[in-house]
Design a protein. Sequence first.
Length: 404
Amino acid sequence: MLFEALTLQLGYNASLVAIGAALLGFAAGASGSFLFLRKRALVSDAISHATLPGIALAFMLMVAMGGDGRNLLGLLLGSALSAWAGLLVIQWLTQHTRLREDAAIGAVLSVFFGFGVVLLTIIQTFSTGRQAGLQDFLLGATAGMLYADAITIIIGGALAVLAVIIFRRPMTLVAFDASFAAANGYPVRLIDLGIMALVLAVTIVGLKIVGLILIVALLIIPPVTARLWTNRVNHLIWLSAFFGASAGFLGSAVSATAPALPTGPIIVLVAFALFVFSLLFSPIRGVLARGWQRYDYQNKRLLRQSLLARLDGQPVFDTTAIRLLRRYKLTDANQNLTSEGLAMARQFALDEARWRYLREYQASHPAAGFYDGHTPLEQLVSPTQLAQIDQQRTDALKRVDNGQ
């Protein structure tokens, strides 16, 4: 049944939800990248919780006007206005009071969410039955999703992705260095508001699928996951979008095979599973890769020090070093250097001499402070620079020999 869900064979509604969730995840991952880079992850939490009173007020207004209070477009509009008001309050508190941004976020989050809960409690006392299912906006629900709802979500997600493509460069610049962006004439405050508006749009679009409480996870987990795989901003943005889309599609597929399970939490759990997998197996920052790099570094440094010791005629007592020397056939049973070991030891000695000269006589050189007892100098300087260092070192030795 899971295979059928993954291949969109479980029916029209399940396929529509899977496509909508995937596009939402794509948009949330791409948009959340800028929050992650700007170090403002908590802002998304405040925005999402600030949507609740807008949802409740929009419902009450539509009911008072004789309409259907559960109209998705009206509820999303109300949540957008409420969340934008919460965002403006955060900015006002940060700029005009002595509160730090984290304190302003905490205040807005708690007050707006508490007000929303009170309004939902009042709505439950209404005599009409139209309030049924309104609480699904807390954790998300797709069982009752209509075609018009799915189209609204798909269009909103597509517009958010389009905004990321168009404004990616200025938002990236502000996220990395706002001072440099301001010095180059970029309207930093306006771009910051644009990032918040983009996150707000994704939050509003995702209310129906993952709910206002869990949309934060879909905005933050994919960028954190992507950061484990890359060091480049462009790759981070689109990898984050990929992980978000994967979480949305896989989570909705799993939810379709088990109708009793809520879609939103399943999507978040899938996103977390992708994060755990990346944390363990990423070749750049994964736990296993870092462990292997540390082990490999320690062995190479130990091997280098042991060969230098044998070149000077000193014995090696470390059992790990002895094992490494024999494994690579660099010494014989009596710790005498083989031809390969002698050549490698001489190369290490030459590199040590180069490093020593660079650190003592050219301390201002960019590579001078990098010495780690392992990395060859030729990996950090150009062949021309290396030849100059060798020539200067040779000239210095000649002056010493001549007593100058």
